[in-house]
Design a protein around this ligand. Structure first.
Ligand code: PGA
Length: 245
């Protein structure tokens, strides 16, 4: 496949999955990527508890580490939270912000997400900003309006192609095995593109599997994938990476 510009990113979001036993999958992935000529960047966002343990496993590979969330402040009295500076300190190069599970479980608003993205930039991390419509939005024909509102509210002023990635993740496609049609994906990505730098990566996320990765990657303005469930097994994740390689 001809190389797409900008350089695609395939990021695995392990969510609240993984203990030290999962190092086995991390080692398998590192091994499988040896000798593979990659045309995409590869990242794993493990739970925060595993970042330091996985770091040596990925040393010398091209797999980068990312966090799954960060607080807007650099430090302070915020029990249980983790700052962007802390993620940078343990070797992360990026952090996911505004994932729909955070927006739903923790009531995060576009404004919270924007502050988190600003925190990521302040710490020198790439902010992977997630946006996406619910099934009700889609059924009501509100998808593009919702996406536009989320972009306007969640993406900070200083965002550029070097420090920000947008991840379009329809809420109804996450963990369900359902995906929008490629026409629907193209429509949303084209709409996002009109509001972003031409070199800013726009990932698609939501039930990306080895079987549909190539088809999704071929869509105009899809510059990679944010992968949940299928990133937990090295054999599945490598299947997705190869669709981009
Ligand atoms: P999924 O999750 O691949 O399991 O659908 C995607 C995500 O939430 O990033």
């Amino acid at each position: 496949m001809a190389q797409k510009s900008p350089k695609p990113l395939v990021a695995g979001n392990w969510k609240m999955n993984g203990t030290t036993a999962s190092l086995r999958e991390a080692r398998l992935l590192a091994g499988m990527l040896k000798g593979v000529r990659l045309k995409c960047e590869v990242m794993i966002c493990p739970p925060a508890t595993l970042i330091s343990t996985i770091k040596p496993v990925f040393k010398g590979t091209r797999i980068r580490l990312g966090g799954q969330d960060c607080h807007g402040q650099a430090n302070g009295a915020h029990t249980g939270d983790i700052s962007a500076e802390m993620l940078a300190d343990v070797g992360c190069g990026a952090v996911i912000v505004g994932h729909s599970e955070r927006r739903t479980d923790h009531g995060e608003t576009d404004e919270t997400v924007r502050m988190k993205a600003e925190a990521a930039h302040r710490a020198g991390l790439i902010a992977i900003i997630c946006i996406g419509e619910t099934l009700a939005h889609r059924k009501n024909g509100e998808t593009l309006a919702v996406i536009s509102r989320q972009l306007a509210g969640s993406v900070p002023e200083g965002a550029n192609a070097a420090n920000t990635v947008i991840a379009y993740e329809p809420v109804w496609a996450i963990g369900t095995g359902l995906t929008p049609t490629t026409v629907e994906v193209a429509e949303v990505h084209a709409s996002i593109r009109t509001k972003t730098d031409p070199d800013m990566r726009i990932l698609y996320g939501g039930s990306v599997k080895p079987a549909n990765a190539a088809e999704l990657m071929a869509v105009t303005n899809v510059n990679g994938a944010l992968v949940g469930g299928a990133s937990l097994k090295a054999a599945d994740f490598i299947g997705i990476i190869k669709a981009y390689a």
